[in-house]
Every structure is written in C-alpha cells, then in structure tokens.
Design a protein around this ligand. Sequence first.
Ligand code: G4P
Length: 538
Amino acid sequence: MSSSSRTETLQEEVARRRTFAIISHPDAGKTTLTEKLLLYGGAIQEAGAVKARRASRHATSDWLEIEKQRGISVSSSVMQFEYSDHIVNLLDTPGHEDFSEDTYRVLTAVDAAVMVIDAAKGVEAQTIKLLEVCRLRNTPIITFVNKFDREVRGPLEILQEIEETLQIDCAPVSWPVGMGKSFRGVYDLQSDQLLRFRGGEEKRAHDEEVIAGLDNARLDELFPDEVETLREEVELIREASEPFDLELFRAGMQTPVFFGSGINNFGVQEVLNALLQWAPRPQPRSTGEREVLPDEAPLTGFVFKIQANMDPKHRDRIAFFRVCSGRYQPGIKLKHLRLGREMRIANAQTFLANSRKASEEAFAGDILGIHNHGQLQIGDTLTEGEQLSYRGIPHFAPELFCRARPADPLKAKQLNKGLKELGEEGAVQVFTDGMGRKLLGAVGRLQFDIVAHRLKGEYNVEASYEPAEIHTARWLSFPDEDTRKAFMQREEASVSEDVDGNPVYLAPSRYKLQITQERFPDVGFHATREHGEVLQPE
Ligand code: G4P
C-alpha cells in the first residue's frame, strides 16, 4: 500500500469510529439502553443477556462470587460493535456497588456520553457527579429521558431541572406526547413527524408508524384528546427553546434531548443515530508535549483502567488502553515512556459484547486489552518511540476513607508495600500522615473490598479496616513558601501525602473545608490530580 492510501485508510477508519459511555444514576435504565443498542449492532441476539448478568451480580455478596462476576465484567467493560458502517465502542461506567474511581476514569477515554435520566426521578446524585467529570474535558452529551411509558414528570419540568442542576443548555430534539398509559409517542422536532408508540411488544427498527406534519388529520383521528395539547406544546417549545446547535453540542455546552422508553426500545434508535451523526469522531488529545491528531501514523495511547486477573494464581492484569492515534497490529513494538522500556504487544484483545478476541487491527477510539504483570499503570502512555505523556487521566478526590491496620503487627512492612503498589496501580488512593499512618481513600466501597482481598491474596497480609471520619480530600498547591508554612502551622494535623508525595488536605467536614478555603484564599484546593503529577507552586 502506498503511504498516501495508507493515510487515507487511517483517516477513514478514524472517521467511522465513535467511542462513548452511558452515564446515569443506578436504575435510570443504563443497562436496558445498553442492551437495546447492542441489539441494533447485532452484538447480542436476544434481550435479557446483559440484565441477567447484572441480576446475578446483585444476588451475591460473597467476595469470590463478586470476583467471578468481575471476571465476566472484564469482557463487558468495553463493547465494540458495528452499526451502519461505523465502529462503535461503548464503554461501561460501573455503577451500583461497582461504582469506583474506574467509573470516573472511563469517562476520560471517551469522546461523547449518553446521559440517561429517569423521567420520574429527574436528575439524581450520581448523574451530577459523572457529569462533573465529563465537564473536565467538555465531553459532548446526548440526553435520553427514559420511562415515558410510566407516570412521570412533565417534560418541561425535566428540561428545567437538567439546565439548572447540571448547568448545561437543553435542546429538545423530540417531544413526548402524553405519558404512562396515554403515552402516544414522540414528535420529532427536526423532521417534523410523530413516531407512534404502542406499548406491549418490543420493537426493533422502523416498524413504528410515522405520521408526518403537525396538521396531519391522522393525528386528530388517532389522538382526539391529545392532539391540541401536542400542537400547542410543539409551538411553545419551538419558540421557547434553543434550536439544536452542533457546535455548542460538540463544545459540551448544549445537550440534545430525546424522550422515550428504553424498555420498549422506543426512541433508542434516534439516540444511536445522533451518536453516529453528531457525536465527534476520535478527537485530538493533549499530551504534556503537544497535541496528537488521531490520524497520525504512529500508534499512541494511554492506559485508563487496570483489571486484576480473576484467577489469583495468575498475577497478570489487563490494562485497558485507549488508542489515540495510528494503527495497532499484532507484534507491534511500543515504548513504555514511564519505564523507558520497549514492549512488544503480540496479543492485545478487542472486547465484544460477551466475549473478547485477539485484536487484528485497532485505530484511534478503539480500546485494547493488554495483558501484563504490573508494568502498566493507570495514566501510562505507550508510543512507537516519541516522548509523549497523555494528560487528563486524573485521580479524583475520594469520598470514602478508612484506616488499614495489620492483624499481625510484624506484617506492617508488607502492608505498606502492598498499599504502595496498589496505590500506584490506581486500585485505591493511599495517603500517609505525619506519623506514618496509612489512610485509604476511594470513591466507591468496592475499592476497599478489592484492596483487602488483594492484600491477602497477593501480599499475604490480613488487616482490619476502620472507617475514618473524613469528608473529602483536596490536593494542595501553594503560591509561595511562606503561605505553605502558615498553612502547615495551622492545619498540619489534617495534611497527608499521596503516593507521589503531594500534600493533601483531608477535610473532616464540608464546613471545615469551606472555612479553611476562606482562611487561605491563595492556597489551591484541587479536586483532581493528574497521574504521576507533582504539583508545582502556582
Ligand atoms: P440501570 O442499569 O441504570 O441500573 O437500570 P436498568 O436498565 O437495570 O433499569 C432499572 C429498572 O428500570 C429495571 O426494572 C428496568 O426494567 C426498568 N426500566 C428501564 N427502562 C424502562 C422504561 O423505559 N420503562 C419502564 N417502565 N421501566 C424501565 P427492574 O424492575 O429493576 O428490573 P426488571 O425486573 O425489569 O429486570
């Protein structure tokens, strides 16, 4: 192949890729929507597969069972499928009791997100947190307001809540007609037609009745009771709301809003089409050195998640690697920038809906699973030789804290070693206070379970874990040495160090955080920190 046709192929491959995640609060309908999308992509053949897996995960609290389930969840962490000549990479954001820092990090590896809102409950806590993470990179968001086959809140009220709570402009692209038992369908504001809803049977593509135009007599015939309200509302919403604007969407400032019912597969295809048409192809990415374009020929990318092997006899781990440029082919030689070492990658995996296979080729936007024995950490960059380090894969301020104490005091050294390594790997955050005591921080409780299990299995340390009364953590940066000294004089007891030696303020309460920030207005209090970054004075 000539180099110009190779460049062309690379550009085409990048152009047809979409990499996204679904964000939602538990029970809003993420699993249901995932499943319907996979059905469209032909990645699964029947409904129920994803759900059944989740149900079994819920039914268990025994650790070994969880571990087995997590083994399964390795293959469902990323789901690649083909749809309408596109390669779609859907990244799972672990929720429920799997919620962890991984959930946040996954969002650093996507180019767009679909936000699912339960129309009865509105904007919920976890959605707010996940959206904040999306905002770090201005990730474009498509909104799906779900469950209109139930008695839910009015669409206007929901839009208002999204705008106010999440500080993002809404551009409704469809409008629901009725709800619950009298849910009649959604009116597509762009193509000016009604997609008729008939509850009961599950539908696939294109078999819903479509009624063109608001003044269509068919509407009067079918919905004599609702048609006037529909006409009024559509007129009102067209006047009152901002029209969809692709640029604002791509900048993460405006979200197109769809209404529907995931379980009935109603309104789902519209979301998928929006993903293909509006969501961006893999985007240029920043490194500490320069911006890398997705269609540059050399392969580059970064690790955003590590999954320990489910089999404790094998200490290997799978690193989830987001390709940012170039082309992967088996046998490729890559440079591991942090270790300054070469790695030959022979058998990277591609994840499908319920399985994985040896990857033959991958391009920007794709996710590869790379087996390794601990050389790869979250945030690591691999390239074909160029000195680059990808940015934007931060640590997030933990919200749960506990202290670990070894059952056998003679094992303190092993405990510290294990915690250091697990901290560096990104499984949990580890802080050390002035007296050398270790504090573990996480954003989800499961992270502590995993650490306890791995310390026992891999480092042979049994420990007790006591909750610590800490509200949250903030990484500190000081404008000058005098301010640092003044701060430490007053707050030393609340300051610890992270694995890279950065000072961290551990706030006992929201109130205390606030007054400390007010007392030291020149000190930087950061809710995130880049991997490996040592904070410089501002
Ligand atoms: P999650 O992954 O975000 O946690 O949500 P999931 O899809 O599992 O959906 C949570 C519950 O909401 C499920 O009910 C699911 O069936 C229901 N649901 C999802 N979409 C819709 C919808 O469009 N309309 C209605 N009425 N319900 C919907 P469940 O009772 O927890 O589980 P199941 O008994 O249905 O399996």
